[in-house]
Design a binder for this molecule. Structure first.
Ligand code: XUL
Ligand code: CO
Length: 437
């Protein structure tokens, strides 16, 4: 069966289009800063939300109308769902996807059975990839849903949970290799803790590092050359997640010798839950050489939890795209819509509205970011702000020609610092607005 019989391929119609399911800004062939939009974004659909999101929340059950779903969550149904998924991606014009092992295939009664289920579904995924040319941006393992992971997976107090998780990631890497995946993501799930009364934090972090090293080693062994990503998230489900934010994750990776193997997958709403903005997290990761990939979504400041909404704010996507362009793009990473339709948006067509809107918002953000960069006024204002470092004492400090004693001498002779300049924040906000509207 087809999943979306009433939808034909989404087209680019230009900014004046009033068609609710056409792109007004995302033209995959349009070249911006030397790359087509298709290459710049490497948009990806998240299988877990788009195919497995049910609309259930703590106050009520599933609401989603998904006519292709059979009565039972078995392998046959899972294979059928894969075909519907590829139909969705094709009609949308997205060339990448991401999935967790357990979203695509149901768990069996044993690890052997579960792996067989996964193999059966992966076979169909492979067929659909070959048919459509759609690629795996990154794969990952669900190390948080099954009750065996209640205390975490790699950081569990139960060594058997660690071992099971290792077996699961081993298989997930084999699958990622088979599907030609460009990456593999670690998201902590339950890697964190609720209270120090029952937690040996040092031991847990040592285990997490050992686990990641095992993954890196196994990837090498089987010839999986995709990029590893670590995805920061500060809270949910535990009170203290070990992968809090970009700075915390980078420190962990460096402390445990993983910095050459793992980059970051920055998610918008995880940034805001950490009390940052996504542009802060991207800039931090970028300047440290850890910018890998992006999980695109947005939160709601009035709700304050991980709502995973689709991005519709052009200011936000402009800031994201400024970071992308500054750091030379994301490939082999991409922009993965780790986002879900609202519980009330329960019809299949809502999935198209959501993704089309997200892609268009990013495309507009890219155009604005490119215009800001081409104009150069924002960069000039930034350069001017730091002009005291370009020559004279600033340049001398930067080239290591001073110490505290010589700087004291410099100030004793000079008497006082040069007066400060205005930060001009409001003027710069107005300048940015000139490109937005
Ligand atoms: C959870 C989240 C995950 C990861 C992949 O908040 O973002 O879906 O992206 O495990
Ligand atoms: Co995510």
């Amino acid at each position: 069966m087809t999943g979306f019989p009433d939808v034909s391929k989404i087209k680019y119609e230009g900014p004046d289009s009033t068609h609710p399911l056409a792109f007004r800004h995302y033209d995959e062939n349009e070249v911006v800063e030397g790359k087509t939009m298709k290459e710049q974004f490497r948009f990806s659909v998240a299988y877990w939300h788009t195919m497995r999101g049910t609309g259930a929340d703590p106050f009520g059950p599933a609401t989603m109308l998904r006519p292709w779903e059979g009565p039972e969550d078995n392998v046959e149904n899972a294979c059928n769902r894969v075909r519907v998924f590829f139909e969705f991606c094709e009609k949308l014009g997205v060339y990448f996807f991401c999935f967790h092992d357990r979203d695509v295939a149901p768990e069996g009664d044993s690890l052997t059975q579960t792996n067989q289920n996964l193999d059966a579904v992966v076979k169909v995924i492979k067929e659909e990839q070959d048919r459509t040319g759609i690629k795996l941006l990154w794969g990952t393992a669900n190390l948080f849903s099954n009750p065996r992971y209640m205390h975490g997976a790699a950081t569990s107090c139960n060594a058997d949970a660690f071992a099971f998780a290792a077996a699961q990631v081993k298989k997930a890497l084999e699958v990622a290799l088979e599907l030609g995946g460009d990456g593999y993501t670690f998201w902590g799930g339950r890697e964190g803790y609720q209270t120090l009364w029952n937690t040996d934090m040092k031991r847990e972090l040592d285990h997490l590092a050992r686990f990641m090293h095992m993954a890196v080693d196994y990837a090498k062994q089987i010839g999986f050359t995709g990029q590893f990503y670590f995805e920061p998230k500060p809270k949910e489900p535990t009170k203290h997640q070990y992968d809090f934010d970009a700075a915390n994750c980078i420190n962990f990776l460096r402390a445990y010798g993983l910095e050459d193997h793992v980059k970051l997958n920055i998610e918008t709403n995880h940034a805001t839950l950490a009390g940052h903005s996504v542009e802060h997290e991207l800039e931090y990761a970028g300047m440290q050489g850890f910018l890998g990939s992006v999980d695109a979504n947005t939160g709601d400041l009035l709700l304050g939890w991980d709502t995973d909404q689709f991005p519709t704010d052009v200011y936000m996507t402009t800031k994201i795209m400024l970071a992308f362009l500054k750091y030379g793009g994301l490939a082999p990473g991409g922009v993965n819509f780790d986002a879900k339709v609202r519980r009330e948006s329960f019809e299949p067509i809502d999935l198209f509205h959501a993704h089309v809107g997200g892609m268009d918002t990013f495309a507009k953000g890219l155009k604005i970011a490119a215009a800001i960069r081409a104009d150069g006024q924002l960069q000039k204002a930034l350069d001017d702000r730091y002009c005291s470092w370009a020559t004279g004492i600033g340049a001398e400090i930067d080239t290591g020609q001073h110490d505290f004693a010589s700087l004291e001498q410099y100030m004793l002779e000079k008497g006082d610092a040069e007066p400060n300049q205005s930060g001009r924040q409001e003027a710069l906000e107005n300048l940015v607005n000139r490109y937005v509207f």
